[in-house]
Write a protein that binds this ligand. Structure first.
Ligand code: SF4
Length: 261
């Protein structure tokens, strides 16, 4: 087994006995160099349903550990390149790595046997999402996978009807598809400026363990990990305001267009 692991643990996840797979957040520019020395640049949106969340994303900005630490950034970019450029090889390597004993639950060693898909990034297209479904279905017994996602319509179409028994997920607010989240039926998460605001809105903090996102109460709350000036309300509340403003603008434009006719 190679030691260049695909799955890793940051300090918080290590304490909680969880491994994770991570892509870079949001919009990424990848520079490719051809053998003749010419370069091309690809722009990839790894979080196509990101909305207001991108302004306060924990994985973006010069003060984020995901950006500040070159080794972490390089690993996330490597992961994205693998998924985009050699997807079948990536799927095989991931499936093989998951058979390593270090991922099996071992309570004496504080290992939960849980794999979080994406610290950052999301299920950015159908093909990548389907590969994860295949990986999870073929994974060794004892492992549980989980994810936060803003790809609500993709999950309704591909995952809710074909959900592996070892996969749990929580919809995450602050995205362009928030309006598709049913606040009563769907387990969902929101990010708040403070714990007091989180609790006042009726959410439960997952700070004690990230797996509370899938095992705790279905309204999952978290607070920002560092001050964010844009964050004057929760991601979900800000997205709702933004969506309402956009709808009002559209209505005004339609009314103007009608009076011109
Ligand atoms: S979807 Fe998540 S990772 Fe992507 S920009 Fe939003 S908060 Fe960041």
């Amino acid at each position: 087994m190679a030691t260049n692991w695909l799955l890793s643990q940051n300090e918080r996840m290590k304490k909680q006995g969880i491994f994770s797979w991570t892509l870079p957040a949001w919009v990424v520019r990848l520079t490719d160099e051809a053998p003749d020395g010419t370069t091309t640049v690809r722009t990839v949106n790894v979080c196509p349903s990101a909305g207001v969340c991108a302004k306060a994303c924990y994985a973006l900005g010069a003060d984020s550990g995901y950006i500040r630490f070159p080794a972490a950034r390089a690993r996330h970019l490597r992961n994205l390149r693998m998924v985009l450029d050699t997807p079948l090889l990536w799927r095989e390597q991931m499936a093989a790595e998951l058979r390593h004993p270090r991922y099996q639950p071992d309570h004496a060693k504080g290992r939960l046997g849980h794999i979080r898909i994406h610290d950052a990034g999301d299920f950015f297209d159908d093909s990548y999402t389907r590969m994860w479904l295949e990986i999870m279905k073929g994974a060794p017994r004892g492992l549980t996978f989980y994810a936060y996602t803003k790809q609500v319509s993709r999950f309704r179409r591909l995952v809710e009807t074909n959900q592996p028994a070892n996969f749990k997920f929580v919809y995450s607010k602050g995205g362009k598809e928030d309006h598709l989240i049913d606040p009563v039926r769907d387990r969902h998460a929101d990010v708040f400026p403070t714990l007091a605001e989180l609790e006042a809105a009726g959410y439960s903090s997952q700070a004690a363990s990230d797996v509370l996102a899938i095992y705790g109460p279905p309204r999952v709350g978290m607070t920002v990990n560092r001050p964010r000036k844009h964050l004057t309300a929760s991601f979900g509340q800000l997205q709702e305001q933004q969506d309402a403003e956009a709808a009002a603008r559209r209505t005004r434009q339609q009314a103007k267009a009608r009076t011109r006719r």
